[in-house]
Design a protein around this ligand. Structure first.
Ligand code: AMP
Length: 115
């Protein structure tokens, strides 16, 4: 399958990952190259290449995805101090895996603007 990315394989459990949370809608696992003390990737089980593929009819699916992000942050103990959620989308944003994913970054103070 031409669209078979690394995250498709992690979702199918063909490639191991350090899973921190899973429910019917999302899988969350530690980023292999962490950029903060906590750096987790949240991947919806419904497949999209990135944010540009989301359509009006996907509202319920995307809602479950974002609620999953909130659950993961709570599980990681980040809800009170806060955290950053990043969706790298396309070449200017240096998206490297063509399967939509949210980066949750936390455990330290962040800077703005980002690089
Ligand atoms: P992006 O650049 O937004 O597409 O993010 C892809 C992320 O996947 C990067 O932060 C990588 O460090 C991360 N990554 C690549 N391979 C793996 C892996 N096998 N397990 C966990 N995270 C990975």
């Amino acid at each position: 399958m031409s669209d078979d990315t690394l995250f498709d394989k992690i979702l199918r459990k063909e490639i191991p990952a350090e899973v921190v949370y899973e429910d019917d809608h999302v899988l969350a696992f530690n980023d292999i190259n962490p950029q903060a003390p906590v750096h987790v990737l949240v991947v919806p089980k419904a497949r999209f290449r990135n944010v540009t593929e989301l359509k009006d009819g996907d509202a319920e699916t995307v809602g479950h995805f974002m609620i999953g992000v909130s659950h993961v942050a709570a599980e990681l103990g980040l809800s009170e101090r806060g955290f950053r959620v990043v969706f790298n989308t396309g070449p200017d944003a240096l998206q490297t895996v063509e399967y939509i994913h949210a980066h949750i970054l936390g455990g330290r103070g962040m800077e703005w603007p980002p690089g």
